[in-house]
Ligand binder design. Structure first.
Ligand SMILES: [Zn+2]
Length: 454
């Protein structure tokens, strides 16, 4: 494949490709808001038809459909899987946005919108790359499978079942996943090869039937206190998780994995800057902080609700209290098992009355650093960005790659055109237009390099 010819086609068609991203981000597609998500699905189907000439298939259980398309290329013994999702998270507080969250406004070379960096940019980039290869008159050098999830932001609840029903469809020799980014100021591309798993739960405590005056506090049990007491048994002040068996079976981190942190390229101070804190938990610094960020499991409180928190004072004993928690898990931990251990833990500490609802499961996944796929990625990144990528063994976050890649241990690489300050999930999510164009070239380069790799 003549990559230079493809790059030239991309440059000549940049306006059309930028418009495609604007069209994508202007269509709201919050996973739980069905009509919007249906409209986005139809938009993606139309674009796949127009940009690849193939007809996407809908794979469905109860939730939003996974869109699946197979493209035949020259080399039939090599398959590149491409995973993206067409849903987004809700915009959050609109007044905090510089421009309306679905406007797709471009200001000073930056496109602002929900979905601009997570991950309608990557979704569009790869379709544009396929369009450019075809329209430049080049033959697709390998087989490509396009997989578009409609529920990634809510934990991809249907994906395992869909994969189990169609295992051959999801087989590939490597997956170009979504979710990577680059360091700001034209820094290196960060390619992550795995992700932590996650268990999300909500815990409910019921006291009386209704909120009552706090004069009754000597007699009426307070569910907010009960929840606080229960939570205090889960983690101590030294950041140790106290659930029996929680740490059992964790796969030890290898020296190669530690070496792959390439400390010089990741600034362990970044999370301080992002969150506005001065010291990390436990006072860790430098490489210790990075190891903790990437390799340790967590028990996190996302939010708590109970009683009255409004401006005026109102003394009452609330009737109900609830908390949402997420547990980020590392290889060797199974989310369903952790859910059982948590239930057992609550019961053992006398909290049998606390209702526990599991919201989602996702197992952890890591692929190796030395596959031919990773070699192809490094070569492609060096070609497009003029620098070797920073290979990161795992994300600190979660992605449902295990649902597709676990059985065949398919190597995965998270690549994305955004940067680490793209405000993903926050107000003012954005992407640099030039990074978006580079992202299209990167997708074309990966297709080319992976076809040429042994
Ligand atoms: Zn997301």
């Amino acid at each position: 494949m003549d990559l230079e010819k493809v790059y030239a086609y991309i440059d000549a068609n940049r306006d059309r490709y930028i418009q495609l991203l604007q069209t994508f981000v202007r269509q709201p597609s919050v996973a739980s808001m069905h009509p919007d998500n249906e409209d986005m699905k139809e938009l993606v189907k139309r674009t796949v038809r127009e940009y690849t000439g193939a007809e996407p298939e809908e794979l469905k259980t109860n939730g939003n459909a996974v869109l699946y398309t197979e493209l035949k290329g020259k080399r039939t013994d090599r398959i590149l899987g491409i995973y993206n999702h067409y849903d987004v998270v809700s915009p959050g507080p609109e007044e905090q946005w510089r421009f309306p969250p679905y406007s797709g406004t471009i200001d000073g070379g930056v496109l602002y919108s929900r979905g601009a960096a997570d991950n309608k940019d990557a979704l569009a980039c790869r379709l544009c790359a396929l369009d450019a290869i075809r329209s430049a008159g080049e033959e697709l050098p390998l087989n490509v499978k396009l997989v578009y999830d409609g529920e990634e932001e809510v934990g991809s609840p249907s994906l395992s079942e869909i994969v189990a029903a169609n295992p051959a469809k999801f087989y590939a020799d490597g997956y170009m996943w979504e979710g990577g980014d680059r360091l700001p100021d034209n820094g290196p591309l960060i390619i992550a090869l795995g992700a932590k798993g996650m268990l999300s739960v909500e815990l409910f405590v019921q006291g009386g039937k209704i909120d009552v005056h706090s004069a009754n506090a000597p007699l009426v049990p307070n569910p907010a206190w009960r929840l606080v007491w229960a939570l205090s048994t889960i983690k101590n002040e030294r950041d140790e998780i106290l659930i029996d068996g929680f740490y059992d079976g964790i796969t030890p981190v290898t020296q190669a994995e530690i070496d792959s942190l390439r400390l010089g390229r990741f600034n362990p101070e970044d999370v301080k800057r992002l969150s506005g804190i001065e010291t990390y938990l436990g006072g860790v610094e430098g490489e210790e902080a990075l190891k903790k960020l990437l390799f340790s499991p967590t028990a996190n409180i996302d939010g708590m609700v109970s009683g009255h928190t409004g401006k005026e004072h109102k003394s009452l004993v609330p009737a109900r209290a609830s908390v949402k928690m997420d547990f980020r898990l590392v290889p060797g931990q199974d989310p369903e098992n952790i859910a059982q251990l948590l239930r057992r833990h609550l019961d053992k500490h006398g909290f049998t009355d606390i209702e526990m609802v599991v919201e989602s499961f996702c197992a952890p996944f890591r692929s190796g650093v030395d596959s031919s796929y990773v070699k192809a990625l490094s070569a492609a990144a060096a070609d497009v960005y003029g620098a070797e990528p920073a290979i990161q063994i795992t994300l600190a976050g979660t992605s449902p790659m295990e649902k597709i890649c676990k059985y065949d241990q398919i190597p995965v690489a998270m690549i994305g055109p955004g940067n680490t300050e793209s405000a993903v999930h926050s107000p003012n999510e954005h992407i640099f237009i030039e990074d978006y164009i580079l992202g299209i070239k990167m997708a074309a380069a990966v297709i080319d390099r992976f076809a040429r790799e042994e």
